[in-house]
Design a protein around this ligand. Sequence first.
Ligand code: ADP
Ligand code: MG
Length: 167
Amino acid sequence: MIRVRTRSPEETKNLAAAMAELAQPGDLLLLVGDLGAGKTTFTQGFAAALGISEPVTSPTFTLAREYHGRLLLHHLDVFRLDQIAEVLDLGLPELLDSDGVILIEWGDAIRQALPNDYLEVALTFIEGQPSPPDERIVVLTPVGPRWQARADDFAAATGQWREGPPC
Ligand code: ADP
Ligand code: MG
C-alpha cells in the first residue's frame, strides 16, 4: 500500500500519468472515493499519458467509454445501482478478457464480480481544509499478482508525492 498526497488536480493527473507509464494490457484499476474526490480527474491524467487526446468526461450516463491510445482504455462508472446490473450483464466479461486497460469509477461497488487482481486507487478529501479543498490523500493498494509484481516500480514512481514509506 502506498499513501500519497496531491495538492491540485494537476498533481492527481501527474500521479495518474505515472501509473499509466506502468500500465500493461489487461490491467484493471478500481477508482474509489466520494463524489468530487477526483476519480475522473485521475482518469484524465491516465488517458493523457497513454497519448489519448480526446477529452475524457465522466461516463456517468453512458456507462462505458472507450479511448484509443498506446493502450485501449475502457472507462466505466458504476455510480448508479442500475449501472452495476448493466455492467455485469453487458460486456464486463468481454472487457476483462480484452487487451485494454480498464478503469472503473466506484469500482468497489462491483468488487465481487471482478477478478482479484487490480490496483485500487482510493481518493479522499482531507478534513478541515480551507475552501476550495485542493488536497487529496490517494492510497494505492495493489491486489493480486499483476500489481504486486510492480510494487517496487510504484514505490519509485510515486516518490515525489509519498507520505511515509510504502507498507
Ligand atoms: P469524481 O470523478 O471522483 O466524482 P472529479 O474528478 O469529477 O471527481 O472531480 C474532482 C474535482 O475536484 C474537480 O473539479 C477537480 O478540479 C477538483 N480537485 C481539486 N483538487 C484536486 C486534487 N488534488 N485531485 C483531484 N481533483 C481535485
Ligand atoms: Mg467521476
